[in-house]
Design a protein around this ligand. Structure first.
Ligand code: NAD
Length: 429
């Protein structure tokens, strides 16, 4: 267990404590929400291809289900810890509440490097996870989804295992399934487009013209690709660079083109891990710059959409004075020290659990479609997502205006108030 991962839960508790103070939250409610309601720690035996049995450590943390069944991804990562899972479960509670979808917050994990497993070993591991947890998950209890290190195919195997154990086809036990296997159209675009819907609303509130705006993006994976496409196609603005991690060179690069940036072309030369083919990019007129160049660009909007902790005490000072808005596509891209500087500078912040809540929103739509056994066309999914994110953005913006608080604090205030209300209505507190 590393200090860094321990800090994630401490950070989640600190953020909560700060807003609990602003809300003058009752001490018993505060004590309830600082910790997850339930945690499951279990061992998963898996027969490996060589015939040996290997034992894996698994977790599921259910932070709070006052507003509905718990919802959250399942991570396969070698440095997964109970504290990182607790932090992520807590943030899921706030994310679902701020989007006002009727779900609670959870997260799961297995300590494993999935790239070291064969396909058969992965299948036996995810089926083993379900065998340990099936009495405590379900469409009305807790609904897992893919996350770091897990894939739609694994969700399909997990749904199959659960359905066999309960004796009924139950697609709503898990989301992020492949389309054709109970998945929803629009899930691939959902998080990146959601980022764009919140930016569009922010432009309106700030009186900025999207068509005259430029953006710089960190990352070029699922979220960043659709944020880049949406910034151009939905908003009519221009993206001038993205960045990515180059596995061969073991470093990150910024890929830029100030005049003719085409995200769809770049997507066509990007692999499934979000790595751009830099030779092809150079041949097409793109410039390859160092990893930090994306943050120094003269643009109106920056969209960190790669990793946590990228805007920190040092790098926050590289942000160009032209930047008016930060839209956090990634989870936790800004450290608390950097956040204080951004607040001081008056840069408009769209905080992560509001900005990237489009993903969980369409996951919620997937379970609604599974329940109804009726599947919506893609445009209907995206229109419904837009409606939810527009409302969520405006709820948070109005809270920030009326209480004169920073957007991140306002998002917490909206989310915590909704969870507390549900707990009170149910007579828990
Ligand atoms: P991804 O794995 O598809 O893409 C990650 C991208 O970041 C890749 O292009 C990779 O090359 C790049 N990258 C990695 N290290 C980098 C570095 N040091 N510098 C620059 N680029 C780097 O991941 P994703 O699904 O797009 O998720 C990105 C972020 O968004 C994560 O924080 C994730 O938790 C968050 N998020 C994702 C979703 C979703 O639906 N995919 C939903 C909510 C939040």
């Amino acid at each position: 267990m590393t200090g860094e991962t321990l800090n994630a839960f401490r950070m989640a508790q600190q953020q909560f404590d700060h807003v609990a103070d602003l809300l003058h939250l009752d001490p018993s409610i505060r004590e309830f929400l600082r910790w997850p309601m339930r945690e499951f720690h279990f061992r998963i035996p898996v027969r490996m291809d060589d015939g040996e049995i290997r034992i894996f450590q698994g977790y599921r943390v259910q932070h709070n289900d006052a507003r509905g069944p718990n919802k959250g991804g399942l991570r396969f990562h070698p440095s997964e810890t109970i504290d990182s899972v607790r932090a992520l479960a807590t943030w899921m509670t706030w994310k679902c509440a701020v989007a006002d979808i009727p779900l609670g917050g959870s997260k799961g994990g297995v300590i494993v490097d999935p790239s070291t497993l064969s396909i058969g070993e992965k299948e036996r591991l995810v089926r083993g996870w379900v065998q340990q947890m099936w009495t405590n998950i379900g469409p009305r209890r807790d609904v897992p989804a893919p996350d770091v290190g897990t894939t739609p195919q694994m969700m399909g195997w997990m749904m199959d295992e659960y359905s066999k154990l309960v004796g009924n086809y139950t697609p709503g036990v898990i989301t992020g399934k492949p389309v054709g296997g109970g998945g929803s159209l629009g899930r691939t675009e959902a998080t990146g487009y959601g980022v764009i819907y919140t930016i569009r609303e922010a432009f309106k509130r700030l009186g900025m013209d999207p068509k005259k705006s430029t953006a710089s993006i960190q990352g070029f994976g699922n979220v960043a690709q659709y944020a880049a496409i949406g910034f151009k196609d939905i908003l009519g603005g221009s993206v001038i660079c993205v960045s990515y991690w180059d596995r061969d060179d073991r470093k990150a690069y910024t890929v830029s083109n100030d005049t003719d940036f085409d995200p769809v072309f770049l997507q066509s030369i990007t692999d499934q891990y979000g790595a751009i083919n830099k030779e092809k990019a150079v041949a097409a007129g793109y410039m390859i710059e160092d990893a930090d160049a994306w943050l120094k660009k003269e643009v109106e909007v920056i969209i960190p959409a790669a990793l946590e902790g990228q805007i920190n005490a040092e790098s926050v000072h590289w942000i160009n004075p032209s930047v008016k808005m930060i839209a956090e596509g990634a989870n936790g891209p800004t450290t608390p020290e950097a956040d204080a500087v951004i607040k001081e500078k008056g840069i408009f912040m769209i905080p992560d659990f509001l900005c990237n809540s489009g993903g969980v929103t369409v996951s919620y739509f997937e379970s609604v479609q599974n329940d109804g056994n009726y599947y919506w066309p893609k445009q209907e999914v995206l229109d419904k997502e837009d409606h939810i994110l527009t409302r969520a953005f405006n709820d948070v913006y109005e809270m920030a205006e009326s209480e004169k608080v920073y957007m991140r604090d306002a998002a917490y205030m909206v989310a915590i108030a909704r969870v507390v209300k549900a707990m009170q209505l149910r007579g828990w507190v």
